[in-house]
Design a protein around this ligand. Structure first.
Ligand code: IDP
Ligand code: MG
Length: 166
C-alpha cells in the first residue's frame, strides 16, 4: 500500500554533517521525497512530537535533544512516500538503541548513547500509519507536501504578519 512516513534528521545528525550519508542510505528504499525543509524545533513541537512518551523518565531529555539544546537548533524534516514506506524506512534506520542496531543501519552506523543515557540515534522515522499522520500534520502544512489530498483539508483564511522579499 502506498503510504507516507515522516523522517527527521535530528540535531546530532546535522551537527555531525551526516545529512548526505543519511539521505544516501534512505535512497536505497527507492521511495519518493514529497516534502523537505529545515526546521528549528520549539518546545511545543518537541513535546507534541514525543507526546506518547510523556511518562517516560527520559522525556525531558529527548525534548531537549530534538530542540537541539546540545547540538544545533537545526533539524531536517522529510516526507517519504511509496509502497510500505513506514516499515522500509524503519528498517534502514535500525533499532532505537544504537548499540543494538545493526551496524549497516543509519542508527547502528552513526548513533551513540550519551553518558546521561539518551539514545542519540540521529534520525526519527514514523513507526505506524497513525503516528505518521499525526507527525506529518505537526511538522508540515498541506501546501508543503507535493501530494494532493494526502489527508483531508479545509479552506481557511489566515491573517498574520509575515515577511516578504524586498
Ligand atoms: P523510535 O525513535 O525508534 O520510534 P521511541 O520509543 O519512539 O523510538 O523513542 C523516541 C526517541 O527517544 C528515540 O529515538 C530515542 O532518541 C529516545 N529513546 C527511546 N527509548 C529510550 C531509552 O530507553 N533511553 C534513552 N533514550 C530513549
Ligand atoms: Mg517512535
Amino acid at each position: 500500500m502506498q503510504e507516507p512516513t515522516l523522517v527527521i534528521i535530528k540535531p546530532d545528525g546535522l551537527v555531525k554533517s551526516l545529512t548526505g550519508n543519511i539521505l544516501t542510505k534512505l535512497s536505497d528504499s527507492h521511495l519518493v521525497i514529497v516534502a523537505a525543509k529545515m526546521k528549528t524545533v520549539s518546545r511545543d513541537l518537541a513535546e507534541a512530537h514525543y507526546g506518547q512518551l510523556h511518562d517516560k523518565p527520559f522525556f525531558e531529555e529527548i525534548v531537549r535533544y530534538l530542540m537541539g539544546e546540545s547540538h544545533t537548533k537545526r533539524t531536517m524534516a522529510l516526507v517519504y512516500y511509496g509502497e510500505d514506506a513506514i516499515q522500509r524506512v524503519r528498517k534502514i534506520c535500525g533499532a532505537t538503541n544504537p548499540e543494538e542496531a545493526d551496524p549497516a543501519t543509519i542508527r547502528g552506523a552513526y548513533g551513540r548513547i550519551t553518558t546521561k543515557g539518551v539514545y542519540e540515534n540521529v534520525i526519527h522515522a514514523s513507526s505506524n500509519k497513525v503516528d505518521a499522520e499525526r507527525e506529518i500534520k505537526l511538522w508540515f502544512e498541506p501546501d508543503e507536501i507535493l501530494i494532493d489530498n494526502l489527508y483531508p483539508t479545509k479552506d481557511t483564511t489566515k491573517s498574520y504578519k509575515t515577511r516578504a522579499w524586498v
